[in-house]
Design a protein around this ligand. Structure first.
Ligand code: NAD
Ligand code: UDP
Length: 318
């Protein structure tokens, strides 16, 4: 297969490019590097089946030759990133998604939309099945991301219903692992960076809010299964293990052996109270379920962070 991965220079995209190349696909990685970085994929450049193209997918784009699938991952994803890039986030969720859909339709390629558990907002139904419509504040600080993804889901569905596009939607829950940016502001990368630097872990609110954390290798297996299927989704992809943020902090301290303390900071506006996926549809339609428990995934991520730190000169705040 030849697969175009938008946002392929980011955290999830770079792992997806790697997995696709590993199984023999040809991969075109399109990215404007607003939150990703070329270094995430430079190790793939010697592979002749890999192409890296610097481009903004909010502008129409093209790729030569036949294309079998488009995985549309381009979008800022961490709260500090989409707060910093509000209009860009809305634009890539709307114009960027439409450009990627048009391109896929023209080529007769399967289209995969990387949507998010944020589509459920601060959920009133727990855990979240795909047929729950969500509870999103359309004018809150998170709306630029949540509503862009909800619009992207509606657009993808309309392309399927009105134009016969071959589309699939996955709703990705919090995912972590090697290659997360230490300063991306997400909770796992932040706690790991703080613990390894022996600085206080910053817990927002009282730490009783919950999230379900999926290891990146599991998630990428779900993405490739969805690319290979004809499922239209939406399909939740996430690990149903549910942890409070305070439990996550304790686990990070255990896994790193860090002496860091925990400091409490104000809870951000509209921070969802709880999050856990129902994954029955992923099991039934994709034969997918996650296999890496949180503690094991954290150990692997810590090992990667330590090896990375050993490879570069010491800085004040790794
Ligand atoms: P990331 O920020 O590491 O990667 C996103 C990539 O998209 C970056 O490389 C960025 O430069 C690129 N990009 C953004 N706008 C672009 C544009 N206009 N043109 C071209 N490239 C552009 O984030 P990630 O964690 O890898 O997330 C990837 C996708 O998965 C996103 O769509 C995100 O919404 C979705 N997702 C991720 C998670 C998670 O926990 N990581 C959870 C839910 C959904
Ligand atoms: N969080 C925290 N400390 C941090 C960063 C995040 O306590 O330094 C909390 C945040 O308030 C949220 C949870 O961790 O309740 C997950 O945050 P993240 O930004 O990783 O993902 P999202 O809120 O988008 O699910």
């Amino acid at each position: 297969m030849k697969v175009v991965v938008t946002g392929g220079g980011g955290f999830l995209g770079s792992h997806l490019c790697e997995a696709l190349l590993y199984r023999g696909d040809t991969v075109w990685c399109l990215d404007n590097f607003c939150t990703g970085a070329p270094k995430n994929v430079t190790h793939l450049l010697p592979e002749p089946r890999f192409r890296l193209v610097s481009c903004d997918v909010t502008e129409p784009f093209d790729v030569p030759g036949p294309v079998h699938a488009v995985a549309h991952l381009a979008s800022p994803a961490s709260p500090p990133d989409y707060h910093r890039l509000p209009l860009e986030t809305l634009s890539v969720g709307s114009r960027g998604t439409e450009n990627a859909l048009r391109f896929a339709l023209r080529r007769g390629a399967r289209f995969l939309l990387a949507s998010t558990s944020e589509a459920y907002g601060d959920p009133e139904v727990h855990p979240q099945p795909e047929d729950y419509w969500g509870h999103v504040n359309p004018v809150g600080p998170r709306s630029v991301y949540d509503e862009a993804k909800r619009y992207a889901e509606a657009l993808t569905t309309a392309y399927r219903r009105s134009l016969g596009a071959n589309t699939g939607i996955v709703r990705i829950f919090n995912t972590y692992g090697p290659r997360m940016r230490p300063h991306d502001g997400r909770v796992v990368s932040t706690f790991l960076r703080q613990a390894l630097a022996e600085r206080p872990l910053t817990v927002f609110g009282d730490g009783s809010q919950t999230r379900s954390f999926c290891y990146v290798d599991d998630l990428v297996r779900g993405l490739t299964a969805m690319l290979d299927s004809c499922s239209e989704g939406p399909v939740n992809l996430g690990n149903p293990g549910e942890f409070t943020v305070r439990e996550l902090a304790d686990l990070v301290l255990k896994v790193t052996g860090s002496p860091s303390s925990v400091e409490y900071r104000p809870l951000p506006v509209d921070d969802p109270c709880r999050r856990r996926p129902v994954i029955d549809r992923a099991r039934a339609e994709l034969g997918w379920s996650p296999t890496v428990p949180l503690e094991e995934g954290l150990r692997r991520t810590v090992a990667w962070s330590r090896s990375r730190a050993a490879d570069r000169p010491a800085t004040a705040d790794p």
